[in-house]
Design a protein around this ligand. Sequence first.
Ligand code: ZN
Length: 606
Amino acid sequence: MRSVAFARRCPAISFAAITAAALLAGCATHPSTPPANTAASPASVAAASQDAAFQRHVEAVLEEMWAEFPEYATRVGNYRHADRMTVPDAARRQRSVDFYNRQLDALAKFDPAALNASNRVDLVLMKNRFESSRWQITTFKSWQWQPSSYNVGSDFGVLINTEFAPLETRLRHVIARLEKVPAYYAAAKAAVDTPTLEHTQLALIQNRGALRIFGEDLEKKVAGSSLDAKEKALFTERNAAAKAAVNGYIDFLSSLEAKLKQGGARSFRIGKDLYAQKFAYDIQSSFTVEQLHQRALQEKAALHDAMEKLARQLWPKWMAGKPMPADRLDMIRAVLDELSKRHTKREAFVETIRAQIPALEKFVREKDLVDQDPTRPLVVRETPPYMRGGGAGASISAPGPFDPTANTYYNVTPLDHFTDAQAASFLREYNDWTLQILNIHEAIPGHYTQLMHANKSKSLVKSLFGNGAMIEGWAVFSEKVMLDAGYDNGSPEIWISWMKWNLRSVMNTILDIEIQTMNLQREDALRYMIREAFQQETEATEKWRRATFSQVQLTSYFAGYAEITALRDELKAKQGDKFSVKGFNNRFLSYGNAPVRFIAELMRAS
Ligand code: ZN
């Protein structure tokens, strides 16, 4: 079901938000203003010069990075090298490792203690990013066992569909890059060794999809453009060769798939050691994997207890006259099913969301929960057609540096493309209560509010290398902030709906850890999701599939949420009467997209 992707994965959010933040920050020439270094003592002058030196270094590194990784640059909105394509061969991997080694040596020369807080976070983020990227190549080696690492489709898609330059310029970039596609797939075939069956099948699906990029639409665009005859001929020749190369990879994958089905495939489960390492790089948590797993199990038990109480309380109102099941999970499910019947009409979906945003702003203001910026309102709009990924979706689009006064948009895709059955199922999932939680998560005071605060610091490093667990963790944490403040009059309906919602991120964490490191089997995973987390079968089977492709990412929501909650509880206990919700939230968000662990260090020290 689309609904899974719609809210909890926030596919557009996590990428678009970071991209937009990167765009907002523009070129890396925004020196941060360190409050600690305003006095003109000799020590602070020295510190200020350290900070200035660090800023200059960051600018130089990023310049080098754009040139070194043109695809990455294009993906995050820097189009200066958009005409270049890199070939993922052994020489390229070595070159990347050399780059990371060089950058890590250079960063080691900076003393974190001599830098202001913002720069110290940037230093940590850069170090982590380069170490992690090096580890991906030298230790994790997904380039070897994940054939789905190779796909040229989306990078061409960006050039064709993003109007960052006139069409002819972009088409020339396309023609220049097309030349390398055969070499790209030759390198891919040479690199793939003992892959998993799952990533081989994923690569097949995705590369078949990529073929569409080089199809009729592009041919028509070129034919209708003002490129000259020679350029058009070159396009035709290279496009044909590119298609042949993608097809060649598809053939290669098909025979690989047939062979792997007979045996010899690598397991998609990465095991305890690699998992712990990947968790350290990706989440940068203060919890170990084992601690997070235990915490998630405790949370699941606590949520079941709380949901049982609420379901008993709600039974007479919603289930009057019906026999109460003896099994508490069955009883909770019955109440949730009944509540899900209350929802908006499909044709009113976008309007319903639009109407909720001012109510959320008002509640946050009246309850004094976190700073908002009334001069930069959030505009709800229907997702523009070029951004619709085929399903329902919600995303935040923030303005870029070329139009800094532009609106921030909350894109909501109308449900017109759904069949009646799909729309009914979707609307039950986003019923009168969960739709509000979705808006809190995506918009206010979730992702949109967090992005607004993060953009104040204008650190390109924090935008580019920002911590996903912090970003998703905040969005989840903000839901709880609203409910704790009495949102929806503290109704048992909103609480039990939130708990079901929250249970999904808790369960994602348990599943990811147990699947990847404890050999959890498919049928047990499905039972966890369907019986214990009240999910639909389609949602659960899709989640299983996703859990075989990715590792660690599924833990990021709960990991971030758990860490922010732990930090809030710690500071609340320490500050007693002086603790303020708004003070904590504003302060927490002031450090940009930094890992919660580092924000915690900075907040404890202040
Ligand atoms: Zn999110």
